[in-house]
Write a protein that binds this ligand. Structure first.
Ligand code: C2E
Ligand code: MG
Ligand code: MG
Length: 783
C-alpha cells in the first residue's frame, strides 16, 4: 500500500527532487511551501511521513514540528529534516528534541534520501505519541539567538568585505579604464615613443597611479637615457630605474648571457620588501607604497619595462595583476605592430642593403627638390649611375663582397652636395643622385667631373681587395629635359641607355649639353696646364687724356697663348677660371706680372705708366687680395719705384656687400692703389651709393659710348653720368672709343680719359714700350 508523504520546502526544485523519488517508490506525495500550509495539509491528509526543510520564511522547520507535535491528531507523524543549514550538533540535538530523528543534509545523494525515507516509514507508528522534549523551546530560542549573532557578525563581515570589494571594483574599474584607454591608443598611434608617453599618461590620469614609467631594456637593465614617464614631480630616479630593471634581471643559472626573461615583479608594500631597500626612500618620497613592473615583450624578448606605482599598499592583487598583465600584453602587441609597420614602411621606401632611398622615395624626393628649384629659380641635375660589369664583380668578389662594394659606393655617393637625402639605389647595380641648385652649365660640368672622380676613380677596398668600379652615367637637367620627376627619370634613363650603348662615360639627355660639358671640361684641363706652363701674358691698352691724347695709364688685359688654340681672349676663359676658383692663382699672377712689366718699361728708360689690373669678384671675396697687392708692390718697392698699380672692379661686386667693400677698398687705397669702377652702367648701382665708396674713377661701358650716336637719349645719359661723377670728384674714363666722332663728343661732354681701338688695341708690353717711347720722344735705356 502506498504511503502518503508531505514534502515541505520553500524551494520548488528541492520539493521536486523528493516527490520524484517518492513517485519512483510508488508513494503519494503532497507538497507545501511553508509551515502554515504544511500544518493544514498534515491535518487534512494525515501523511505517513513529512520531509521538511528547516530554513523557511515565516515559520522554520522547528516551529512547524513543534506545532505539529502540539496537535494530537497529527503529533505522531514521522518527520525528516532536509536542510542545508543546520549542520551543527546543536541543531541535530534540537531536531531530536522535537522528535525528528533523521536530518538529511543538502546536497544529498538520492540513495541516501531513499534510505532515510524507508527507515522513517518503517519506524512510523501511528499510535506512537511523539512529544516535543522539555527545554526544546529554550534550546530553539538559543539556536535562533546564536544564529542571529552569527548572522550579525556574518553581516558585519560581509559589509567590510563588500566595502573592500567595492574599493576593489573601483580600482579594477580604473584599471579597466586604463586598459580601454590604451587599447584606443594602440589603434591610432604609429610611433613607439608616443605609445609609451601616452600609456604612462593614461595610467596616471585614468588609473590613478602615482607614477608610471617605461624604460627601454638594455641587456639586463633599463637604459637611463630612454625613459618615458608620467606623474607628479620629477621623473624616476636612478634607483627607480633599477627597480624596473629587476623585471629583467632574471639571470638564473645561465648568468648574464642567458636570454632575458619576461617576469613581472610585484611589491605590494615597499616598506617590508627587503629587495627594495635600496629604493625605498625614493619610492616613499614619491608617495609610492606598492609597485609593479611588467616587461613589454617584442620578438620574444623584453624590449622595455612598464612600471606602475600606487599610493596605497596591497594594490596589486591577483585580479589587478592579471588585468595589468593583459595591458602589458596589449602594449607589447602594439610595439610589435609599430615595428612591423616601420619595417613595412622602410621596405616600401628604402633599399634594405644600403639603407639608401629606393626608386619610389627617389621620385618623391625629386619632386621636393624640384619644388625648391622652381622657387629658387635654379636648375637641377639627375644623375643615374650604372655600374659596369657588376655581375662579373659579384662573381669575383662573391655575393657578400658584392654587397660590401655596393655599400661602399653608396656611402661615397652620399658625399654629394645635397647629402644622403639626394641619393637612391634604384636597381641592383644602379644608383641615382640628385644635384640641386645648379645655376650654370659650367657648374654641371664641374659637379659631374668632380664627383665622378671622387665616386669612381678612387679604388674601393672590399674585403682586402682593391676594386676599381667603372660606371656609365645618364643625366637629365631641370628645366630643359623635363619639368617633373617622371620626365627627368625617364630622360636620365634614356641618356644612360645611350651611354651604355656608345661606351661614353656619361651622356646628357640633350646631346648638345654633352658636347658643351665635354668642351668645357677639356678647356678646364687645358687651362690648368696653361697655368702650370705659364701660357698667360698681359696685353696693355692705353688710357689717354681726351684733350692731349697723352697716355695717362694703361689697363692690363690678360691673354692666353695656347699652343693648340693660339691667342685666346679673356671672354673665353675668365668665367671658367672664376667658377673653378683658378682665377685666384691667375689674378695673383696678373698683379705680379703687371709690376714686372712696369719694371721692364722702367728699365727701358720710359716713364712707366700706372697699370690698372682687373680684379674678379671671386678674388675680392677672398680677403687675400690685399696681401696679393702688397706682395706684387713689394717688387717695385725693391727698385725704389712708388706703387703704381690700380685696380678695376665691376660695380655689382661692390654692391653685394657695401660695408665689407668699403673696408676692403679703404685698405687697398692705403697701399696707394686707385680704384676704378669698370663697365659702369651695366650693373645696378646708383651714383649716390658710389659716393660712399673710396673710389677714384668711373669707366663708362662701351655700350653707352656707342649709344651716344645710335640712340636718342644716349648722349644725354653719358652727359649726366659724367657731370654727376665730376660732382663726386670722380675721374671719368670712356671705354671702347672707336671713332673720332666718339672722341669729339666725349671731349665736349668733358670726359677725362678714353680708351679704345681709336687709340690702340690691347698690345704686348713690347709694343706698349714702343708707344711709350714714341710719346716720350728719344728713348733712353737705363740699366
Ligand atoms: P674690361 O676690363 O672692360 O676690358 C675692356 C675690354 O674691351 C677688353 O676686352 C678690351 O680689349 C676691349 N676693348 C677695348 N677697346 C675696345 C674698342 O674700342 N672696341 C671693342 N669692341 N672692344 C674694346 P678683353 O681684353 O677681351 O677683356 C675682356 C674682359 O675680360 C675685361 O673687360 C675684363 O673684365 C676681363 N679681364 C681681362 N683681363 C683680366 C684679368 O687679368 N683679370 C680679370 N679678372 N679679368 C680680366
Ligand atoms: Mg677693365
Ligand atoms: Mg670694361
Amino acid at each position: 500500500m502506498p504511503y502518503t508523504v508531505l514534502v515541505v520546502d520553500d524551494n520548488a526544485s528541492n520539493r521536486e527532487l523528493i516527490t520524484t523519488l517518492l513517485d519512483h517508490r510508488g508513494d503519494r506525495s503532497i507538497e507545501a511551501d511553508n509551515g502554515e500550509e504544511a500544518l493544514r495539509q498534515a491535518r487534512s491528509h494525515g501523511p505517513d511521513l513529512i520531509i521538511c526543510d528547516i530554513l523557511m520564511p515565516s515559520m522554520d522547520g522547528y516551529e512547524f514540528v513543534r506545532q505539529l507535535r502540539a496537535d494530537p491528531l497529527i503529533a505522531h507523524t514521522e518527520v525528516i529534516f532536509y536542510s542545508a543549514h543546520y549542520r551543527e550538533r546543536q541543531a541535530r540535538r534540537l531536531a531530536q528534541a522535537c522528535g525528528v530523528s533523521r536530518v538529511l543534509v543538502k546536497p544529498c545523494e538520492p540513495e541516501e534520501i531513499l534510505r532515510a525515507i524507508e527507515a522513517a516509514l518503517a519506524h512510523a507508528q501511528p499510535t506512537r505519541s511523539v512529544t516535543v522534549a522539555e527545554g526544546f523551546e529554550r534550546a530553539h530560542m538559543r539556536l535562533m539567538t546564536d544564529k542571529l549573532i552569527e548572522k550579525v557578525s556574518d553581516l558585519e563581515h560581509e559589509i567590510v568585505e563588500r566595502k573592500a570589494s567595492e574599493d576593489k571594483v573601483k580600482r579594477l574599474n580604473r584599471v579597466y579604464a586604463v586598459l580601454s584607454g590604451i587599447n584606443n591608443l594602440i589603434v591610432r598611434v604609429h610611433d613607439r615613443d608616443e605609445l609609451f608617453r601616452e600609456a604612462c599618461r593614461i595610467a596616471v590620469e585614468a588609473g590613478d597611479f602615482e607614477l608610471a614609467w617605461i624604460g627601454i631594456a638594455d641587456s639586463h637593465a633599463v637604459r637611463d637615457d630612454v625613459v618615458t614617464w608620467s606623474g607628479k614631480g620629477d621623473g624616476p630616479t636612478e634607483n627607480l630605474r633599477l627597480v624596473a630593471g629587476l623585471a629583467l634581471a632574471e639571470e638564473g643559472e645561465a648568468g648574464r648571457d642567458a636570454p632575458l626573461q619576461a617576469v613581472p615583479i610585484i611589491y605590494n608594500d615597499v616598506i617590508d620588501s627587503p629587495n627594495l631597500a635600496f629604493a625605498r626612500d625614493d619610492l616613499l618620497a614619491r608617495n609610492c607604497r606598492s609597485i609593479a613592473c611588467f616587461p613589454l615583450v617584442l620578438n620574444g624578448h623584453p624590449h622595455a619595462v612598464f612600471a606602475l606605482c600606487a599610493a596605497e599598499p596591497g594594490v596589486f592583487d591577483e585580479a589587478e595583476v592579471r588585468l595589468l598583465g593583459e595591458l602589458a600584453g596589449d602594449i607589447s602587441f602594439a610595439l610589435d605592430h609599430i615595428e612591423k609597420e616601420h619595417k613595412l614602411h622602410y621596405l616600401a621606401y628604402y633599399d634594405a642593403l644600403t639603407g639608401l632611398a629606393n626608386d619610389t622615395l627617389l621620385r618623391d624626393r625629386l619632386e621636393r627638390f624640384l619644388e625648391a628649384a622652381r622657387r629658387d629659380k635654379c636648375g637641377l641635375a639627375l644623375l643615374l649611375l650604372d655600374i659596369e660589369q657588376f655581375k662579373t664583380l659579384n662573381d669575383v668578389l662573391g655575393r657578400h663582397g658584392g654587397d660590401l662594394l655596393l655599400n661602399a659606393l653608396a656611402r661615397r655617393l652620399e658625399g654629394n652636395p645635397a647629402g644622403a637625402g639626394a641619393v637612391a639605389r634604384i636597381g641592383s647595380d644602379r644608383f641615382a643622385v640628385i644635384v640641386p641648385e645648379i645655376r650654370t652649365d659650367a657648374e654641371v660640368a664641374h659637379i659631374l667631373d668632380g664627383y665622378l672622380h671622387v665616386w669612381l676613380d678612387q679604388p674601393i677596398s672590399v674585403a682586402g681587395a682593391s676594386v676599381r668600379v667603372s660606371a656609365r652615367v645618364g643625366i637629365s637637367l631641370f628645366p630643359n629635359d623635363g619639368s617633373d620627376a617622371q620626365g627627368l627619370v625617364a630622360n636620365a634613363e634614356a641618356a644612360l641607355k645611350k651611354a651604355k650603348a656608345t661606351g661614353d662615360r656619361y651622356l646628357f639627355y640633350a646631346e648638345q649639353m654633352t658636347a658643351r660639358v665635354n668642351d668645357r671640361l677639356a678647356l678646364e684641363s687645358k687651362l690648368r696646364q696653361a697655368i702650370d706652363n705659364g701660357e698667360f701674358v698681359l696685353y696693355y691698352q692705353p688710357k689717354v687724356d681726351l684733350a692731349s691724347r697723352r697716355i695717362e695709364a694703361v689697363e692690363a688685359l690678360i691673354r692666353w697663348i695656347s699652343p693648340e688654340l693660339g691667342l685666346v681672349a679673356p671672354v673665353e676663359f675668365i668665367s671658367l677660371l672664376e667658377e673653378t676658383g683658378l682665377i685666384v692663382r691667375v689674378g695673383a699672377w696678373a698683379l705680379r706680372q703687371a709690376v714686372q712689366d712696369q719694371l721692364f718699361w722702367h728699365k727701358q728708360g720710359v716713364q712707366e705708366p700706372r697699370v690698372a689690373v682687373n680684379v674678379s669678384s671671386v678674388q675680392l671675396r677672398q680677403k687675400k687680395i690685399i696681401g696679393m697687392v702688397r706682395d706684387a708692390l713689394s717688387a717695385s718697392a725693391a727698385h725704389d719705384l712708388p706703387p703704381a698699380i690700380d685696380i678695376e672692379l665691376t660695380e655689382s661686386l661692390i654692391m653685394e656687400d657695401v660695408d665689407a667693400s668699403i673696408e676692403m677698398l679703404t685698405s687697398l687705397c692705403g697701399l696707394g692703389v686707385n680704384i676704378a669702377i669698370d663697365d659702369f652702367g651695366t650693373g645696378y648701382s646708383s651714383l649716390a651709393y658710389l659716393a660712399k665708396l673710396p673710389v677714384h674713377a668711373l669707366k663708362i661701358d662701351r655700350y653707352f659710348i656707342e649709344s651716344m650716336i645710335n640712340e636718342p637719349n644716349g648722349m644725354m645719359l653719358v652727359s649726366t653720368i659724367i657731370s654727376l661723377a665730376h660732382a663726386m670728384r670722380l675721374k671719368v674714363i670712356a671705354e671702347g672709343v672707336e671713332t673720332e666722332e666718339h672722341a669729339k663728343i666725349l671731349r665736349l661732354l668733358r670726359c677725362d680719359e678714353m680708351q679704345g681701338y681709336l687709340i690702340s688695341q690691347p698690345v704686348t708690353r713690347e709694343a706698349m714700350l714702343d708707344l711709350l717711347q714714341r710719346q716720350a720722344g728719344a728713348p733712353t735705356v737705363r740699366h
